[in-house]
Design a protein around this ligand. Structure first.
Ligand SMILES: [Zn+2]
Length: 276
């Protein structure tokens, strides 16, 4: 987590900073939605934002397309978890467009060498870093970070990225491969309600697709890092997240899978969490 340790100055206050028409955002913190939770699940959505931070220049190279529908998906999953479990996940979502600030890369890359851009990058990672530390403190090191993305190569599929198990090292150590690949895993729960998930469970042992095997965020905050928590990147296919109705149904299914994951692998862990 070395990169993010520099972010303490922008530690989140957990309040939701809504900005509407006629109330333009004024500082980097206004471009990051950060909501404190009551459940040790943290949803991150770095690529769903639409806004241009003042003074920043749009990048012309690399991947600049936003992950359409993922900011909405993060909020919908959060609402569904609260409806189903009566508990609220932590949520960090970028309002800035990734063409201006890329939060799923290290700071120098992600801010494109721009000092103003770095302040937005730090607002995002300050929130993530603060919430990961808080979850570890409140729930005795247990917790799950879900980094939500979109991919277009497999429009009807969900691609899981954990650097082939590294970013969920603590989960695998305490609950075994079943927690990652069995019927009670996120993959197993999503497959049971009809989604295609890569790598597929019948190919147990198969590597995660290289392009989607986990980016900077899960690599930085995953449980293989000291101070991290289990972290899973979820790349949702375009057909599932672009259509409002399909996305809503998917949000309900993903929320259900996450609530069940919490009950099976966090609340029922070897040390009961302190809760609250
Ligand atoms: Zn993405």
């Amino acid at each position: 987590m070395g990169e993010a340790r520099r972010c303490r100055a922008t530690a989140p206050d957990g309040r939701e900073h809504e900005t509407g028409p006629g109330a333009p955002a004024r500082n980097p913190g206004d471009f990051v939605l950060a909501v404190r939770g009551t459940l040790p699940i943290l949803l991150s959505a770095p690529h769903g934002g639409r806004q241009r931070p003042p003074g920043l220049v749009r990048r012309q190279h690399g991947t600049v397309a936003r992950d359409i529908g993922t900011a909405e998906l993060a909020r919908e999953v959060a609402r569904e978890i609260e409806r189903q479990a009566g508990l609220r996940p932590y949520l960090v979502a970028a309002r800035f467009h990734r063409a201006y600030v890329e939060a799923n890369r290290a700071e120098d890359d992600g801010a494109y060498g721009d000092a103003d851009g770095a302040a937005y990058w730090r607002a995002y990672h300050g929130a993530l870093h603060g919430f990961v530390g808080e979850i570890r403190n409140r729930w005795h090191g247990f917790g799950l970070l879900i980094d939500l993305h979109g991919q277009g190569a497999h429009p009807e599929s969900i691609v899981r990225g954990t650097r082939n198990g590294r970013t969920v090292q603590a989960l695998l150590a305490r609950a075994g491969d079943a927690a990652q690949n069995g019927p009670k895993s996120l993959r197993g729960r999503l497959e049971a309600v009809g989604y295609a998930v890569q790598p597929a469970s019948e190919d147990s042992g198969q590597s995660e697709p290289h392009a989607y095997d986990g980016g900077y965020i899960v690599a930085t905050y995953g449980s293989h890092q000291s101070g991290g928590i289990d972290a899973i990147q979820i790349e949702t296919g375009g057909a599932i997240r672009r259509d409002r109705n399909r996305r809503g149904e998917y949000a309900r299914h993903l929320a259900g899978a996450l609530v069940a994951f919490y009950e099976n692998f966090i609340a029922a862990g070897p040390e009961r969490p302190a809760g609250g």
